[in-house]
Design a protein. Structure first.
Length: 279
């Protein structure tokens, strides 16, 4: 995939937050992002306070943070990103010389997507970030797709199947719950790795009901079973409510293939890194 196309993968104008007390480190990471993601807007933050102000100003597409910031812990910043109104579940990456020690001591929280230890060097950091802005296929992962329009479903399935993903399509929320229940009881061979649902479905239950039941009744967290919601509603309040209900991210309709693929592959990558529901 050409580097010039990467800016379309995360968003039309990707906004990336880089939080570190060192101006030199912020510049290093910003330079890596500029090479790998042309057109990126890098928001450099020297403290948690600056980062929270930046979050109030608008959503971000990726975050890197040091573990130690002048006014607190980078893990607290990760929490702020997860709890920010209208913010999708995006990569939150710890970049620190103490990252490996934190991993060994199991001090990372669920709010952190991944980590990078600075001791590996600048070239390794560039390669690491490239994995997020230029995601690779995850062969064989299974997507449960809830869509009541067979025409839309057929087109979307082709987009996902081109990435070597397996797609199980159902027409209603009720069918989706039945499959998830059967899977949880070991009654089907497939392990569902991600749920993709339209927000508007025929019948009594909507895509929001799919999200809420997965999060509440099944008790699957965002990293255990990612849920993406397709919506044509541009209302920011309604979008925020879907995210608050437990959607990992939203896919705007009409669907742009590269954006859909990037969002799906990112969520699958996080789940795989985390061990999925095996944990």
């Amino acid at each position: 995939m050409a580097a010039q196309e990467l800016k379309h993968l995360i968003s039309d104008a990707p906004r990336v937050m880089v939080a570190d007390g060192s101006k030199l480190v912020r510049k290093l990471i910003a330079d890596v992002l500029a090479r790998e993601l042309p057109g990126v807007q890098v928001v450099g933050c020297a403290s948690i306070a600056e980062a929270r102000t930046a979050l109030d100003a608008g959503a971000v597409d990726l975050v890197t943070t040091a573990l130690s910031l002048p006014d607190g812990d980078g893990l607290e910043l990760a929490r702020s990103v997860r709890e920010a109104a209208g913010q999708a579940y995006v990569p939150v990456i710890v970049v620190s010389g103490d990252a490996q020690q934190h991993l060994v001591e199991r001090r990372f929280t669920e709010f952190v997507t991944d980590y990078f230890d600075k001791s590996q060097g600048h070239d390794a950091l560039a390669e690491f970030i490239r994995g997020y802005v230029q995601p690779q296929p995850i062969v064989g992962a299974t997507v449960l797709y809830v869509e009541d329009s067979r025409v839309v479903a057929e087109a979307t399935k082709r987009m996902l199947e081109r990435q070597q993903l397996k797609v199980i399509h159902v027409l209603t929320a009720e069918e989706a719950f039945a499959l998830l229940t059967a899977e949880s009881l070991g009654r089907i061979a497939d392990r569902i790795d991600l749920v993709l649902t339209d927000v508007t479905l025929k019948g009594e239950l909507s895509g929001r009901d799919v999200v809420e039941r997965i999060r509440i009744d099944f008790a699957y967290g965002k990293r255990r079973l990612p849920v993406l919601v397709m919506t044509g509603d541009g209302n920011r309040h309604n979008q925020s409510e879907l995210l608050k209900a437990g959607a990992n991210d939203l896919v705007q309709k009409p669907i742009e293939e590269r954006l859909l693929v990037t969002k799906v592959l990112f969520q699958l990558r996080v789940a795989r890194l985390d061990g999925g529901r095996a944990n």
